[in-house]
Design a protein around this ligand. Structure first.
Ligand code: CA
Ligand code: CA
Ligand code: CA
Length: 542
């Protein structure tokens, strides 16, 4: 076997080097390289390198024997591709490569952590901006692997902005709009109800009710029945909840700040006061909540401070000054808070003391566009002159960066259960805004990218439990991205007469024409033609 391996090794890959490897050269060590963290249920590639006594080294991935211990947690094939099993908590495995040269066998090993992706808690798939009260922006759901738009719904007359989205247990999609809110029934793919008013950043969901707040002059907190659109209570607030979307505790307290530096804590059942606190001059970010101990918000001090309050009393705990405004959301994970300031830094702060643990310079202004992956990786997208998606390790080191086709604005990325990062951005061409949606692999390479019709993107994508990615574009549409079998025009899991009829009705149309539907465009070329019909016929009956 060693002779065969050696011959194959020389013959297949490295004839020149093998010619240079004299019989006297001794194999001294094998090293294994690859990701130190792998999410459960996903795969990762490892490589093996042989080191010789003369200082030479060659990659021998395909000529090594691979194994992983303990074997019930993961498997590895002979190309070095590891597949992690499902785990209930983080687990450490050892990846081993063995290689033989001139009758000498060496083993190399690497410790790899299989990262547990816990199932999403709570009955509602995406109740808040950032999904959790802590604004982490991550979910266990797996999103689309292709840029297929399965369906769209017009959420408004063109010209109105879509801000942040949320999704409840009944599949109702809530859109914060520049004029009130709209609610889409994702099963029927139509507007269920609308409430008109001033700018609403986003809707928070608790139980059967939806909560949001509006800017000047309305300056009101609203509580509506989610499924019927019946108003329950309103609270006339201070000076416009212009930049904030509420967060709600499990105990039923809603927190929101306004445009003159007031934080409101109100009981969700009737809107009555729990407390009201003055926190600074101007509040520009959505508060985040960690259990009953931390209510954090960007605000005071001209907008550049990050503040922590006691959620039960509103008493100040600490404040941390940054150089400029704090916008968007600031995720809270364990004892840490990640704050992206317009002063171009991401700050990692101790949640309990406000002490700075590290800061990372992101080179551009940023509007609070941060998410945290299941493995603790921090994803931050910038605005300013250039949109850059950064992956920053929990230790504060740059892991990778990806240049985006536009600016992130207040559109934090989100992280799916397989580690894929979905991010929206907007590109200004000098005459038009174009929105772009990207799916990025955990290694920083682009899985897919799609440009939407002209219109700004102002809100983050969200991911439903069925794998549908929702994006609100200011061309007036909600775009539902979902992987389907080619031919499944109505995205209901089969390819039948209904699909054929829908495709034929759209046949010959292109984007912008009456009758065009994205759901029938399987090669994503924005026209419905022979190619799409062929894809449908090939799968007819599935
Ligand atoms: Ca698990
Ligand atoms: Ca179908
Ligand atoms: Ca097509």
């Amino acid at each position: 076997v060693p002779v065969t391996l050696q011959r194959a090794f020389c013959f297949a890959s490295l004839p020149l080097l093998c010619g240079a490897v004299a019989a006297a050269q001794m194999l001294t060590a094998i090293t294994v390289d690859g990701p130190a963290h792998v999410l459960e249920g996903t795969s990762a590639q490892y490589t093996a390198t042989a080191h010789f006594d003369d200082g030479g080294s060659f990659e021998v991935t395909l000529f090594s024997d691979w194994s992983v211990e303990p074997g019930h947690l993961a498997t590895i094939d002979q190309t070095g591709e590891l597949t992690a099993g499902l785990v209930l908590m983080d687990q450490v495995v050892e990846v081993v490569a063995s290689f033989t040269w001139q009758d000498v066998t060496e083993h190399g090993a690497l410790e790899v952590t299989i990262v547990n992706v816990p199932p999403d808690d709570g009955p509602d798939p995406w109740p808040f901006w950032g999904r959790t009260a802590t604004r982490l922006g991550r979910t266990s759901s797996i999103g689309p692997q292709t840029p297929h738009i399965a369906w769209t719904v017009a959420f408004t007359a063109t010209g109105l902005k879509a801000n942040q989205l949320s999704l409840n247990r009944d599949g109702l999609l809530f859109i914060g709009r520049s004029r009130g809110v709209a609610v889409i029934d994702t099963a029927q793919r139509e507007i269920l109800w609308e409430a008109w008013g001033d700018n609403a950043q986003g809707v928070a969901i608790l139980g059967d009710r939806a909560y949001w707040a509006t800017s000047n002059p309305e300056s009101t907190i609203f509580c509506y029945e989610a499924n019927t659109g019946e108003p329950v209570w309103t609270y006339q607030g201070g000076f416009g909840f212009n930049a904030a979307t509420p967060v709600i505790s499990e105990g039923g307290v809603l927190y929101i700040s306004d445009g003159v530096g007031t934080m409101f804590a109100r009981w969700t059942d009737d809107g009555s006061e729990m407390w009201t606190a003055s926190i600074g001059t101007y509040c520009t970010s959505a508060p985040g909540l960690a259990s009953t101990s931390t209510l954090g918000s960007g605000g005071g001090g001209g907008g550049g401070d990050y503040l922590s309050l006691d959620p039960t009393t509103g008493a100040p705990q600490w404040s941390f000054p940054t150089g400029r405004g704090v916008h968007g959301i600031s995720p809270i994970l364990g004892d840490r808070i990640y704050v992206a300031s317009s002063d171009e830094y991401v700050y990692c702060l101790n949640r309990f003391t406000g002490e700075e643990i590290w800061r990372y310079w992101c080179e551009q202004i940023q509007n609070g566009s941060v998410a945290v992956g299941h493995d603790g990786m921090i994803y931050n997208a910038t605005s300013g002159n250039q949109g850059i998606l950064f992956a920053i390790t929990p230790e504060g080191e740059e892991h990778w960066r990806l240049l985006l086709p536009g600016l992130a604005g207040r559109q934090p990325p989100i992280v799916a259960g397989d580690g894929t990062i979905y991010v929206a951005c907007r590109q200004w061409t000098g005459s038009l805004y174009y929105g772009h949606v990207l799916a990025v692999r955990p290694d920083g390479t682009v899985l897919w990218q799609r440009q939407l019709p002209p219109g700004r993107l102002d809100g983050s994508p969200i991911l439903g439990p069925d794998g549908t990615l929702y994006v609100g574009c200011n061309d007036g549409n909600i775009y539902a991205f979902k992987d389907v079998t080619p031919g499944d025009v109505d995205a209901d899991g089969d390819v039948d007469q209904a699909d054929l009829g829908a495709l034929l009705a759209a046949y010959g149309s292109c984007l912008g024409d009456a009758g065009f539907i994205h759901g029938a465009d399987f090669n994503e070329d924005e026209c419905i033609d022979q190619s799409d019909l062929g894809a449908l016929l090939a799968n007819y009956g599935i």
